[in-house]
Design a binder for this molecule. Sequence first.
Ligand SMILES: Nc1ncnc2c1ncn2[C@@H]1O[C@H](COP(=O)(O)OP(=O)(O)OP(=O)(O)O)[C@@H](O)[C@H]1O
Length: 301
Amino acid sequence: MADSAPAPAPPTVETLDLTYLFPDRTTGVSNINLSLPSRSRTLLIGANGAGKTTLLRLLAGKRMAPSGTIKVSGVDPFKDGLKGVTYLGLEWVLNQIVRTDIGVDELLASIGGDAYPARRDELVAVLDIDTAWRMHAVSDGERRRVQLAMGLIRPWTVLLLDEITVDLDVWSRSQFLGWLRKETEIRECTIVYATHILDNLAGWPTHLVHMHLGAVKGWGKAEEMLAEVDREDTGDKGDGLVIGAPGNSRLGELVLRWLRDDLKSRGPRSQHRRAPEGKSYAVGGIGGYGLEAKTAGREAM
Ligand SMILES: Nc1ncnc2c1ncn2[C@@H]1O[C@H](COP(=O)(O)OP(=O)(O)OP(=O)(O)O)[C@@H](O)[C@H]1O
């Protein structure tokens, strides 16, 4: 009788009342409840310091969350490993190998390009990479394109992206976003993407998560959240924070509104730090929180 391997768990991302505090016990993320289905493309939106990177690193298993508060593809990413999860963030961008005198072909082969030749060739084409480039002699954007190809060649099932497209020109970024979209359409995979750059993202996300002061202020299906824009008038509220420029996408308009309201509710940064409405950050004595994982072996390349 032939062995039948169990079907892989669907690549879902779930958090259950997830709280994580840094050692100062005042910053981090608190009480986060999300349930992102397979094949979703989620944008994490929030002002600088809202908690997006912290959340992504927790989802990637790079920080230890309290037991039972995170499940990625059905398992705890810290305890049970990162199979199928690709996290592309700052550490990956800063890796020095991509600044040395090494050729693109060699670099792509070193991270498994030869095992996935079709994906490698597709990414080289989508990201308009010249495989004759030497990495010490390319522009920032060219280097970023090679880094993206390196990070994406292996067929991930959950992709966690912390804004890593900043150096791409508009065309390359739109091609890249289109490729990501296609991935979720042709196979079981899921993307969570933290970004401040909304160009070419109209119609891209299936879900939106609005973060503010370490909490999720709202989340849901993108179309339902975008419907807010059609319902509300957003012009000048007499506070000098005018939005609603003609030509803004609905997504751009919604995000401007969110950030305007967040700024108003938070006040200037130099004022005292405030917890999100209805929440209070615990100070000290919470078992399991604030533990920075010893992640040397877990850091992305
Ligand atoms: N290692 C750390 N130790 C203590 N506090 C931290 C640490 N890293 C981040 N923070 C704090 O946690 C909060 C959330 O930071 P985080 O990097 O998650 O924000 P973000 O939404 O990704 O911001 P940005 O859009 O600027 O990248 C910030 O107030 C930040 O100062």
